[in-house]
Design a protein around this ligand. Structure first.
Ligand code: HEC
Ligand code: HEC
Length: 296
């Protein structure tokens, strides 16, 4: 009887203990969640905001609601390496990659906890965001189209290095090329920027990248030598101009070149064919003629 009571007692104790553990966990989770949200914002600013903004599309998609659209596992994999996920044959990953014209999201080297914190922040922001303003994007995208020729010239000079950056950063041409009248061919270390302005979604894309370069080589080049806002605006206007001029050229002249070239090639083939055919026909005719002669 006594031992049975003891047994009951210890069972109740155990139950109380597990309740305590449960409450503690809940408290820890609650507080941790608040912490997550705070860290998440900082991590987002540092690692994602060059390309992502909540409520509008930049270089990358608007991430509002992404935590309900995708599973946590998917988001983990994507953030660690979007390319690996695409290569594994994931259809959603491939689709979003194609939708953004094959711009590669760099692999994020932050820890799993930090990734979770970022998505906790994104989730909390998504709940808060009700009224997104898509009209803003248009305005931002096209602002640099109104830049004065002087501003564009400044951007060009900064790009090629004939004007120094006020904080001493390297000229863009050291690593990047653009096709633009009067600009010598640039470096091949990084992507050609001739169509970067439209490829990255207009001003917002360039502004985001120059404000906080998300690429290690560029971050390194401008560490402690931040490009000023005036310089960023000038470079953005210059890249917009380069992009537009190229688009115009593509629309007017190359068709001539293309058709001219194709026409020439077809002409050449026709001549070769005719020469060959005539020669062949001749010999075939002769063969038949000879054969007929023999059979008579
Ligand atoms: C250099 C730009 C860049 C940075 C930095 C970047 N992303 Fe992206 N992200 C993209 C682009 C571009 C896409 C669209 C898919 C593609 O082209 O690969 C994308 C897509 C995504 C998607 C998929 C959205 C969907 O609808 O499925 C998620 C999620 C995402 N990014 C989260 C993040 C997070 C979190 C960070 C920071 C830790 C981050 N990204 C940093 C450029 C970037
Ligand atoms: C030390 C080399 C270096 C310098 C200097 C540099 N960049 Fe970059 N930049 C890179 C690298 C590396 C990338 C990553 C993508 C790639 O490989 O092209 C990049 C990416 C970019 C992108 C995104 C390209 C895209 O299409 O995804 C833009 C825009 C850009 N740089 C603009 C500039 C501008 C403007 C300057 C001058 C202020 C500049 N960069 C200076 C190395 C450099």
């Amino acid at each position: 009887m006594k031992s049975k009571n003891n047994h009951l007692l210890s069972l109740t104790r155990k139950r109380i203990l597990s309740l305590e553990v449960l409450f503690c966990s809940i408290f820890i989770l609650l507080f941790a969640k608040v912490d997550f949200a705070q860290d998440g914002e900082a991590i987002f600013k540092q690692n994602c905001s060059a390309c992502h903004k909540m409520g509008m599309r930049l270089v990358g998609p608007d991430l509002t609601g992404v935590t309900t659209k995708r599973t946590e596992e998917w988001l983990m994999k994507w953030t660690r390496s979007s390319q690996a996920l695409i290569k594994s044959g994931d259809a959603d990953a491939k689709a979003i990659y194609d939708e953004f014209g094959g711009i590669m999201m760099p692999d994020q080297t932050i820890s799993d906890e930090e990734i979770k914190a970022v998505y906790a922040f994104i989730a909390s922001k998504s709940e808060a965001a009700t009224a997104a303003t898509p009209a803003v994007t248009e305005a931002v995208v096209n602002a640099s189209a109104d830049a004065t020729p002087e501003v564009i010239e400044l951007g060009k000079n900064l790009f090629v290095g004939s004007n120094a950056f006020s904080n001493g950063g390297a000229a863009c041409i050291a690593c990047h090329n653009v096709n633009y009248t009067g600009v010598i061919p640039g470096g091949l270390l990084a992507k050609d920027l001739t169509t970067a302005h439209s490829r990255l979604g207009g001003d917002a894309g360039i502004l985001g990248i120059l404000g906080a370069p998300p690429f290690p080589a560029m971050t390194q080049a401008y560490k402690g030598k931040a490009i000023t806002e005036t310089e960023i605006a000038a470079l953005t206007a210059f890249l917009n101009k380069v992009d537009k001029d190229t688009a115009n050229q593509v629309a007017s002249s190359p068709n001539l070149l293309l058709y001219g070239g194709a026409g020439g090639l077809v002409g050449l083939l026709v001549i070769i064919y005719l020469l060959w055919f005539v020669r062949k026909k001749d010999t075939v005719k002769k063969d038949i003629y000879n054969r007929q002669l023999k059979s008579i």
